[in-house]
Design a protein around this ligand. Structure first.
Ligand code: SF4
Length: 347
């Protein structure tokens, strides 16, 4: 098990060496290759990278909703010690997805059905995961159970600060602002008391003020409800405000991991340095990253970042860099650190 900075309890989620390809007309696309990801109890881990780096595939793999043609070639996804890759679709649907692991989508304007009331949509999540036979006596939604769920939901709407929660359940999505809709979706994600929440860039569609409020809310909920979070984003500014740890992904590969403060202060991997250099709050001299993320159909040889890396040498084109552990749960996949920092860290 990889140590989680500042937390040495067993991880809630432990993804090891995940390699996934997807069949296409042009051949197999290697969308993930050797991705590691560890999330401890109550921790928020950011998965960061440009579009096309494989962030969404990580989410889909954990939720077992990979696209048709996807093949998990290697690795494991341990959730509380249980390998999710060994569970069947029925077990994932009934026991894990939406219950133990829930999801906050990217766009609050698209995620709610416009023709159903908020209460109907959120209660459906709770009904679906209510124990069958024990409380309802059947798959019917027993009135007493429904009443109890409604009370729990109203309490949850209070926690996520939706005004007038009782009436909110009777209203339709178009009657709420973008920020309020995202709060409703967060309430939906928390409705079944999950242990892990996966958030897919949930503030991208919001203005900056609302974005800040939602990030603060997620931080508070993680602390108060002791929920772990996997937060996917391309924005290091968001990571700085919310995440305890970071996992930087490039072209389907983990390239750097560690505590957020450490990575922001001393990014090691040239890709991490370039990403941080692209953020207006973190760099006075906005540089951009030359080139583009390579196609998973034909990734570059050796280090996949070498065509865009100013520090690349001949060995980078030939050989894939090994993972170097730097201590305190920090790792980097880059030949620049093979001997120097790794040896100096004493690991
Ligand atoms: Fe750059 Fe080489 Fe390090 Fe890859 S391994 S990031 S090409 S220096």
């Amino acid at each position: 098990m990889t140590a989680t900075p500042g937390n040495h309890e067993a991880p809630i989620l432990d993804v090891r060496g995940l390699r996934i390809s997807i069949a296409s007309d042009e051949g197999p696309a290697q969308v993930l290759d050797n991705v590691d990801l560890t999330i401890g109890p109550g921790r928020i881990v950011g998965v960061v990278g440009e579009s096309g780096c494989g962030k969404s595939t990580v989410i889909r793999a954990v939720l077992a909703v990979l696209p048709r043609g996807a093949v998990v070639e290697h690795g494991s996804i341990l959730f509380d010690g249980e390998n999710l890759l060994e569970l069947g679709p029925r077990e994932m649907t009934r026991r894990i997805r939406g219950k133990e692991i829930s999801f906050i989508p990217q766009d609050p304007y698209l995620a709610l059905n416009p023709v159903f009331r908020i209460g109907t949509q959120l209660l459906e999540i709770m009904r679906w995961h209510a124990p069958r036979g024990a409380e309802g006596g059947s798959s019917r939604y027993d009135r007493a159970v429904r009443r109890r769920h409604r009370e729990q939901l109203i309490e949850l709407l209070r926690i996520v600060q939706v005004p007038d929660p009782d009436r909110a359940l009777e209203r339709y999505p178009h009657q709420f602002s973008g920020g309020q809709r995202q709060r409703l979706l967060i309430a939906g994600a928390l409705a079944c008391r999950p242990r892990l929440v996966i958030a897919d860039e949930p503030t991208t569609a919001l203005d900056v003020t609302t974005q800040l409020e939602i990030l603060k809310l997620l931080r508070r909920l993680s602390n108060e409800l002791d929920v772990s979070m996997l937060f996917v984003t391309h924005d290091f500014g968001v990571v700085a405000q919310l995440c305890d740890e970071v996992n930087v992904i490039y072209a389907g590969q983990s390239v750097e991991t560690g505590a957020t403060a450490d990575i922001l202060e001393t990014p090691r991997h040239p890709y991490t340095q370039a990403l941080i250099g692209c953020h207006p709050d973190r760099s006075e001299d906005l540089a951009g990253i030359p080139g583009a993320v390579p196609s998973p159909l034909a990734p570059p040889s050796g280090c996949r970042f070498h065509p865009r890396c100013a520090s690349a040498t001949a060995i980078c084109r030939e050989r894939r860099p090994e993972r170097v552990w730097l201590g305190d749960g920090r790792s980097v996949d880059c030949v620049l650190y093979h001997e120097t920092v790794g040896a100096a860290s004493g690991d």
